[in-house]
Design a protein around this ligand. Sequence first.
Ligand SMILES: NC(=O)c1ccc[n+]([C@@H]2O[C@H](COP(=O)([O-])OP(=O)(O)OC[C@H]3O[C@@H](n4cnc5c(N)ncnc54)[C@H](O)[C@@H]3O)[C@@H](O)[C@H]2O)c1
Length: 415
Amino acid sequence: MKKQDRQLRVGILGCGPIAQFAHFESCVKARNAALYAICDAAPDLAARMGATYEPEKTYLDYDEMLADPAVEAVIIATADTFHVPMSIRALEAGKHVLCEKPVGLNVEEVETLAAVVERSGKVLQIGHMKRFDPGIEAAKQFIDEEMGARLGLKAWYCDSTHRYTMTDAVQPLPILSKAAVKPAGNPKADLRRYYMLAHGSHLVDLARHLCGEIEWVRARLLERFGAYCWFVETGFADGTLGHLDLTVAVRMDWHEGFQLYGENGSVIAKTYNPWYYKSSDVEIFREKTATYERPFLPPPARRFCRCHSRWRADARRRCRRRAGLGQGDGGHRTLGRDRRAHRRRRDHGCSLMRAGIFAKTFAGSDPLTVLSRVAAAGFACVQYNFACSGLPPMPDAVPDDVLQAIDKTRKATGV
Ligand SMILES: NC(=O)c1ccc[n+]([C@@H]2O[C@H](COP(=O)([O-])OP(=O)(O)OC[C@H]3O[C@@H](n4cnc5c(N)ncnc54)[C@H](O)[C@@H]3O)[C@@H](O)[C@H]2O)c1
C-alpha cells in the first residue's frame, strides 16, 4: 500500500501479544499512519519489538512517550486494569487514543473517562474491530438503509474448547518478557467477571452497533462442567427485542454470529475467530424481491487494520485535516504474513501434529485411556485437552500431580 504524504504519528503503549498480533503490523501498513514510537516497561521486549518494527523512538516510560510532542495519537495495548488511567493520561497530554477493549472495568471509571474525552476534544476509539469486518459492514449498511423497522436480534458469542488448538495453527508465538508489567492480582480469579469483560464486551458492542442503545436487560447464567452460559434478554431503545448468548466454552468450533429480523428483510451472519482473518459470512434477505444476497467480501479482512484506519480518519477529521480514507484501507495484506506463518510452522515440523489434530478426536477421562488410543491409532502427537484429566478445558492452573500423570503416560505410550 502506498503511504500518504501526511501520516498520523502513532505511539503504542504495550508490546505484548495484542500489539504483536494486531497493532504493530496494522500501524506499519496503514497508508495514513506511521509507527512513530513504542513503549514498554519491559526493556527486553521493547528492544526486540524496536528492532523488528523500527519505530523512530522506543520508550521504557509512558510519561516520556506522552511528553514527546511528535506523538499525535496513542494506542493503549495493556491489560484491562490500565485502560482507563492510561487513556486519561494520553487524552490529557493532548493525544488521540485507540484503546483496547474492554473500555474499563466498571461503569464509574468509564463515565470518568467519557468526561475527560469531552473536555479534551480528542478522539477516543475502543478496539472493537468486529465493527470493521467487511461482512458486518455490509449487514450494517442494509440494516441502516433498507431494513426498515427492526423486530428482533439474536446474537451469540461462544468461545470454543478447541480455540487454542485452532489458533495455534495460524498464529506465530508471541514474544513474552518476565519484566512485563501485569495487574496486581489474577484477572482470571473471577471467571464470571473475566469472561463478561473479555468476551461479553464484543457481544454487547456488536448488539449496540446493529440495534442502538440497550435500555433494559434480564440475564440468566448457568455454570456446568466448567462452562458458563449467559442468556441475556435485552430491550433496545427503538423497541427491538434482543437475545444475547455468551457461552464459554462450547464443545464445538468457535461459534459467533447473529440473526436480525426487520420489516423489509432479514440478515444472518456467521463470524469467524479473528485470527483466521476472514470476513463474516453474511446473507441478506430482501422481502420485496424475495431473494437472498451474499455480498462478496474480499477474503483477508484485517479488522484490526480497518479499525485503525477509521480511528485515524476520525482523529484527522477532528484535527480539521483531510481524512481521505477508502473503505478498503488496510484490508488486504495478510498473504505475506500467512505465508511467513506457514513457513515457520513447516520449519518447526508442525504439519504432522496438525494433521493429527484435525484427523481425529480421542475420548477418555484419564491420560492413559486417551494416549493409548492415540498410540493405537498410529499418531505420534496429540493436542491434550485437560478435560480428560477432570479439569476445565482452559484451566487457570494445572496441579503438579496432573502434569506428572500426563508426562508419565506420555513417556509410557511414546505419544
Ligand atoms: N480486540 C481483541 O479482540 C483483543 C484480543 C486480545 C487481547 N485484547 C486486549 O488487549 C489488551 C492487552 O492484551 P495483552 O495480552 O497484549 O496484554 P499483556 O499484559 O500481556 O501485555 C501488555 C504489555 O504492556 C506493558 N505495560 C503495561 N503497563 C505499562 C506501563 N505503565 N508502561 C509501560 N509498559 C506497560 C507490559 O509490560 C506488557 O508487555 C487486553 O486488554 C485484552 O483484553 C483484545
